[in-house]
Design a protein around this ligand. Structure first.
Ligand code: MV4
Length: 644
C-alpha cells in the first residue's frame, strides 16, 4: 500500500478520500487554491500545499503539472483525482505516469475510449452491451444524417459526440424540422466542444436514468448493483437512490452483466459508472435498457452504493491502484436495505435555483444520517466552485423506512448564513409519486411549482426572528434585562422581499406581547424555554443583519434599517449586473434596442450552469459593457439602460 497519496481536489470529495486514507494508515497531501487556504480539506490532511495563482479552477485545481511537482516534492506515491477537475483527463493520467507516480483510477486509454459517444457506442455494441438504436457512424453529411433519422423514425434525438450534460442535444419530432435542428446542434457542439460531429438516436420517452457501479482491476470487473438517478433538474442530479425502485432480479442481472462487459471491454481499473437509459413507460423490463455513457471516475453519488453493499469504494480504489486484485468476487456482493442521497446546495430556489454564496454561520446535521461535507460552520461558500454544502445520505432496511429517515434528516438539518435548497429537498422527499417509486427524469419539471412553493411563514416565526433582532431571547435580570429600557420597541424585518414591522411590549424578562400586522403573539418563558403562542421557540442564529429561524427547513430574515429601506429592497434598475463571477456566454442587447422587463439580455456561465440575465424594466439599451467570452467579477455592469 502507498504510504502517502496526494488528493488533487477540494471540498467534500477531498475530505472523503482523506478519511478513508487515514483509516488505512495512508498519509495525505492536500493542495489548495487562494480561495481555500483555510478549508476543511486543508486542515484534515497531513500536509497541504498552495497551488496556482488564483481561485479559478483553470488557475489552480486544473494545473496538472504543478500538482505533479508537489506530489514528487512531498513524497506522495499516488494521486487521487476525486471527481470533476482532472479526474477524466487522459493527458493528466499520462503525465502522472510519466512522472513515475500512480494515478488512482483508470488508464488514459480507457478514459479515451469512453470520451467520444460514437466510438464508445461502437465499442459497446461489439462487447454485447445494448445501445440505443440509431446512427453513430462517421458520415456527417446532412442528407445522410437526415436519411438515418427518417429510417430510425421520429421522435429522434441529435447528440453531439463530444457532448455531455445535455449540451449539443436536440429533440426532433418531425422530418421537416430535422435540418434546422441539426444545424443548431452542430453550432452548439462546435462552440462548446470544438467538435461538430453528432449521432442520431431514437428518443426514449419518459426515461429513467439507472446506472451500474462497476469496479475493475484492469482485467476483471464486478458490479455493485444499480443506482437510480432519475430525480434531476436540468441535468443536475438532486436525489439518488440504490437500489432502483421496481427493479427485478432478471433486469438487475442483465444490467449488471452489461456493466461488467463494458468495463472489461476497455480493461477498466478502479471505480466507474456505466449509465443506462431505461424506458420507464411500462415498468422495468430486462430488455428495456440501453447504454448511454460511461463515467470513468468515482461519482458524487457513490455513497448510496456503499451503504447498500457495505463496501468502502475509496478503500477499494487505493487497494487496486496499489496493485491488489479485486477485493471481492461478484458472488460475495449483495444488497442490504435501501439508501438515498440528497444534494444540499447553497442556492436560491425561488429565484430559479440561482447559486448562492455566503459564510455559513451555523451548520448542523442530525444523528442518523451520513453527511459528507467539505465545509464547517464559519466556512464560506465561494462563487468559484460548485455551491454544494453537503450530501445528506441515509440507509434503512426498506425503501419506505429509508425515505422517512431522509425526511427526518432533512428536517433536522440546520444551515445558517445562506439560502439553501433544503425546503425543495424536503418537498421532494415528501412527494407522493416519489414515495410510490414513480420516478422518471421529468418528475421535477412536472411538479416544479408545488416543489418550490416557499413554506408559509407563520406569525410565531416572525416573532422569533424579531426577538433575536432585538436581543430579547437571552435577556434575564442577570444578563442585562433592565427595567429602565424601553418597554415598547419595534424592528423592521424582511423575509423573501417582503418587509414587515414587529412591535413588542416587554412585560419583564419572561413575557413579551408582540404585534405583527394583524397578529398578536404572546411570548412566555416557562422553565427557561420560550413559548410563542403554543409553539416552542425554534433554534435561531444570526450573522450580521441576517437571522435564520430553524423551522420549515430554515427561514431567513434580514433586519432592515427603516431609513435605508429603498436601498435594501431594490437595486439599480438601470444596470444589469453579473450576480456572481463568471464567463459571459452571450450578450443579446445592442445600444439603442428597446427592451421589455424580463427580456433576456445576456447569458452568464457560472458554477457549471448558464444563467439568463433579464431586463429589470422596460427601456432602451444605452450601453453594452461586456462581450462574449469576457470573464467578469460579481457586480460587474454588463448592460446599462437609458435613464427614464
Ligand atoms: C436521451 C434521452 C432520451 N432518448 N437519449 C440527457 C443528458 C445526456 N447524457 C443524455 N440525455 C438523454 N438522452 C435518448 N435516446 C433523454 C435524455 C435526458 C435525460 C437522461 C438522463 C437523465 C436526465 C435526462 C433529462 C432529459 C433528457
Amino acid at each position: 500500500m502507498f504510504d502517502k497519496i496526494l488528493i488533487a481536489n477540494r471540498g467534500e470529495i477531498a475530505c472523503r478520500v482523506i478519511e478513508t486514507a487515514r483509516s488505512m494508515g495512508v498519509k495525505t497531501v492536500a493542495v489548495y487554491s487562494d480561495a481555500d487556504r483555510a478549508s476543511k480539506h486543508v486542515v484534515m490532511a497531513d500536509e497541504a500545499f498552495h497551488i496556482g495563482h488564483g481561485p479559478a479552477p483553470a488557475d489552480s485545481y486544473l494545473l496538472g503539472d504543478e500538482i505533479i511537482a508537489i506530489a514528487k516534492q512531498s513524497g506522495a506515491k499516488a494521486i487521487h483525482p476525486g471527481y470533476g477537475f482532472l479526474s477524466e483527463n487522459p493527458d493528466f493520467v499520462d503525465a502522472v505516469e510519466t512522472a513515475g507516480l500512480v494515478f488512482i483510477g483508470p488508464s488514459a486509454d480507457a478514459i479515451r475510449k469512453m470520451g467520444l459517444k460514437d466510438a464508445a457506442k461502437v465499442l459497446m455494441e461489439k462487447a454485447g452491451v445494448p445501445v440505443v438504436p440509431g446512427y453513430h457512424g462517421s458520415n456527417q453529411d446532412t442528407d445522410h444524417l437526415w436519411g438515418a433519422a427518417d429510417a430510425i423514425g421520429y421522435p429522434v434525438l441529435i447528440k453531439a459526440v463530444a457532448g455531455g450534460g445535455g449540451k449539443g442535444m436536440r429533440l426532433v419530432e418531425r422530418s421537416e424540422d430535422f435540418t434546422d435542428a441539426l444545424a443548431s446542434a452542430q453550432g452548439e457542439a462546435t462552440t462548446s466542444f470544438g467538435n461538430a460531429d453528432v449521432l442520431i438516436e431514437k428518443y426514449i420517452q419518459q426515461p429513467r436514468h439507472i446506472e451500474i457501479q462497476v469496479f475493475g482491476d484492469g482485467t476483471h470487473a464486478v458490479h455493485l448493483f444499480e443506482r437510480d438517478c432519475s430525480l434531476q433538474r436540468r441535468h443536475q442530479k438532486v436525489i439518488e437512490e440504490a437500489p432502483a425502485p421496481g427493479m427485478t432480479q432478471e433486469m438487475r442481472d442483465a444490467m449488471g452483466q452489461a456493466g461488467v462487459r463494458a468495463a472489461e471491454a476497455i480493461g477498466y481499473k478502479g471505480a466507474g459508472t456505466v449509465e443506462f437509459i431505461v424506458d420507464g413507460t411500462n415498468g422495468l423490463r430486462a430488455d428495456g435498457f440501453w447504454f448511454m455513457e460511461m463515467n470513468t471516475r468515482l461519482q458524487v453519488e457513490h455513497p448510496v452504493s456503499e451503504l447498500i453493499t457495505g463496501v468502502d469504494l475509496v478503500e477499494w480504489q487505493l487497494r487496486v491502484a496499489a496493485g491488489e486484485t479485486l477485493p471481492a468476487q461478484q458472488g460475495e456482493l449483495s444488497i442490504t436495505g435501501h439508501a438515498f442521497e440528497a444534494r444540499l446546495y447553497a442556492e436560491d430556489v425561488p429565484k430559479g435555483f440561482l447559486p448562492a454564496t455566503g459564510t455559513l454561520t451555523h451548520l448542523h446535521f442530525p444523528a442518523g444520517c451520513r453527511a459528507d461535507s467539505g465545509v464547517r460552520a464559519g466556512d464560506t461558500i465561494s462563487p468559484w466552485y460548485d455551491p454544494m454544502i453537503s450530501k445528506v445520505i441515509v440507509h434503512g432496511p426498506t425503501r419506505e423506512i429509508a425515505l422517512s429517515r431522509l425526511s427526518q434528516a432533512l428536517e433536522g438539518t440546520e444551515v445558517g448564513g445562506t439560502v439553501t435548497n433544503l425546503a425543495f429537498l424536503g418537498a421532494l422527499a415528501a412527494h407522493a409519486g416519489f414515495a410510490k417509486g414513480d420516478v422518471d427524469t421529468g418528475l421535477i419539471a412536472r411538479d416544479l411549482d408545488a416543489l418550490v412553493a416557499a413554506p408559509e411563514v407563520k406569525p410565531h416565526h416572525r416573532a422569533a426572528a424579531a426577538m433575536q433582532a432585538l436581543d430579547l431571547v437571552e435577556a434575564t435580570w442577570d444578563t442585562g434585562f433592565t427595567l429602565w429600557a424601553d418597554l415598547h420597541r419595534s424592528v423592521h424585518l424582511m423575509h423573501q422581499d417582503e418587509i414587515f414591522e414587529a412591535m413588542v411590549e416587554v412585560d419583564g424578562p419572561d413575557r413579551q406581547i408582540w404585534t405583527i400586522g394583524e397578529d398578536q403573539i404572546v411570548a412566555n418563558r416557562i422553565g427557561g424555554r420560550w413559548d410563542l403562542g403554543g409553539h416552542s421557540l425554534p433554534t435561531l442564529s444570526q450573522a450580521g443583519a441576517r437571522i435564520t429561524v430553524y423551522d420549515d427547513y430554515g427561514l431567513v430574515f434580514d433586519v432592515i434599517d427603516p431609513l435605508d429601506r429603498d436601498a435594501s429592497a431594490g437595486g439599480d434598475l438601470n444596470v444589469i449586473e453579473a450576480p456572481m463571477p463568471g464567463l459571459v456566454k452571450a450578450v443579446f442587447a445592442k445600444p439603442g434596442d428597446a427592451v421589455k422587463e424580463g427580456d433576456r439580455l445576456a447569458i452568464l456561465e457560472a458554477m457549471k450552469m448558464e444563467h439568463s440575465l433579464l431586463a429589470a424594466r422596460d427601456g432602451v439599451v444605452a450601453e453594452v459593457l461586456a462581450t462574449d467570452g469576457d470573464q467578469v467579477e460579481a457586480g460587474a455592469a454588463l448592460v446599462r439602460l437609458e435613464e427614464d
